[in-house]
Ligand binder design. Structure first.
Ligand code: ATP
Ligand code: MG
Length: 414
């Protein structure tokens, strides 16, 4: 991408109505635009990050045998009545509306009910199980307070995976494999070190639900982490009893603020029973399918990553999710043919999908400051001086020093 063509511009002013770091940096960098409180547009740079996060998640979900689909935003009231989750007193984040004929409908804040109802049409016997389906959906939630920028929105992207298993044993095996897959995802996102499997309340069927909590001051939760064992307890269930039960030592637990990046649940057979998703087992008996539900906050993750990985100069994107791998900066290219030729060559070699070429007629200092602010992993400066020193100047965003690399080597690197 040529920076001269990018319609979003980097802004110096901090948006007055944003207090969170993630929203301030992402808005200034042209990754997101605030439509209203808790509702953000993904601009070209932002959508590239989101698509990269989704791709990592997609690969890990497919590796588990997950099949991608896309459910609808408009949902039928009846489904949610069957499980007693239509009432605003039961679920306090519903957005609801009416069709022209006065039929009430809901906007999807979650999709367990519609997916389960739909699968009645596809699952009949034990031979049809297991089924693992997932999607990336815009969830709509009428959150009481939208805060923490894109970390708590009223419209946000979630990955939700649902597992339909024949037995509790099959379910447990899959559930554990999702935990492993989530750990791989967090590692690839660059926040593996600080993300913990966390015991929390809210298990509909089991004593605990499992959350994945990432340590950050921007988080809304408080958890007690055991860094060595890599697990944590949410303060909502933190008691001596629970600590003992989990074989943890109070002295090794550190109290920290964290953000819930993911959440996984076992529903047992209850939900499928309520909705009528039964299968015929080997013994000829009809049994409810065992349901598991596994959420991951895709847009929240982008916020968490910005909160955690930025420094005083700006954002720092991990290699796999950066909107572009390299920021090629041409200095004085308007005046120097050689600079123009070489920067274009390197840009072409990377490809417009992998590199951002700063081809604007702007002061060097400003280009450098903006490159640091955008935080692409690799900065390549082409200038009269670098060429006279025998190459281009290469610097990683995470390092202080740059190096002159000969042109032939840059091409080899690619
Ligand atoms: P929270 O306790 O933060 O409200 P939740 O328990 O409502 O989360 P789930 O319904 O399990 O969350 O959703 C799965 C994931 O979606 C969460 O772990 C979180 O990462 C993300 N998420 C939930 N609500 C929001 C929101 N309002 N904005 C952005 N991401 C969200
Ligand atoms: Mg919630």
């Amino acid at each position: 991408m040529r920076q001269s063509k990018l319609f979003s511009k980097i802004r110096k002013e901090i948006p007055k109505d944003e207090v969170s770091k993630n929203a301030q940096l992402l808005i200034r960098g042209g990754f997101i635009y605030k439509e209203m409180a808790g509702v953000y547009v993904l601009l070209p740079l932002g959508i590239r990050v989101i698509e990269n996060i989704k791709q990592i998640v997609r690969e890990e979900m497919n590796a588990l045998g997950g099949q991608e689909l896309l459910m609808t935003t408009l949902q039928r009231k009846e489904l949610w009545e069957e499980t007693d989750r239509w009432d605003d007193k039961k679920v306090d984040v519903w957005f609801k509306s009416r069709l022209k004929n006065d039929v009430e409908i809901g906007f999807g804040w979650s999709h367990e009910e519609p997916i389960t109802k739909m699968l009645i049409n596809y699952i009949e016997s034990f031979r049809d199980l297991p089924v693992y389906v997932y999607q990336f959906q815009n969830k709509l939630r009428n959150e009481l307070r939208a805060k923490s920028g894109i970390m708590r929105g009223r419209e946000f992207i979630m990955k939700d995976l649902y597992s339909y298993s024949r037995t509790e044993e099959d379910h447990k095996l899959f559930y554990d494999s999702v935990i492993e897959a989530y750990h791989r995802i967090f590692r690839r996102l660059g926040i593996g070190e600080d993300t913990f499997l966390t015991f929390a309340s809210g298990g509909a069927f089991t004593q605990f639900s499992h959350e994945f909590q990432t340590i950050t001051d921007a988080g809304e939760d408080v958890v007690y982490v055991d860094r060595r064992k890599k697990i944590a307890i949410n303060e909502e269930v933190f008691t001596d009893d629970v600590t003992q039960q989990l074989n943890l030592d109070r002295n090794n637990l550190e109290k920290v603020k964290a953000s819930e990046s993911g959440n996984i649940f076992s529903f047992g057979g209850k939900k499928c029973e309520d909705l009528g998703l039964l299968y015929t087992d080997k013994d000829g008996k009809k049994k409810p399918v065992i349901l598991g539900s596994y959420g991951l906050g895709i847009t929240r993750l982008m916020g968490i990553i910005v909160e955690k990985l930025s420094d005083e100069k700006g954002m720092i994107w991990p290699e796999e999710i950066a909107p572009y791998r390299a920021h090629i900066i041409a200095l004085g290219e308007q005046k120097d043919e050689q600079v123009q030729k070489i920067s274009e060559e390197i840009y072409t070699a990377f490809g417009e999908e992998k590199a951002l070429l700063d081809d604007r007629d702007v002061r060097a200092g400003e280009k450098f400051a903006e490159a640091d602010f955008l935080g692409l992993p690799l900065r390549i400066v082409v200038s009269k001086r670098s060429l006279s020193e025998g190459g281009v100047e290469v610097k990683l965003r995470t390092e202080k020093e740059s190096k002159i690399i000969p042109l032939e080597e840059i091409k080899k690197l690619l």
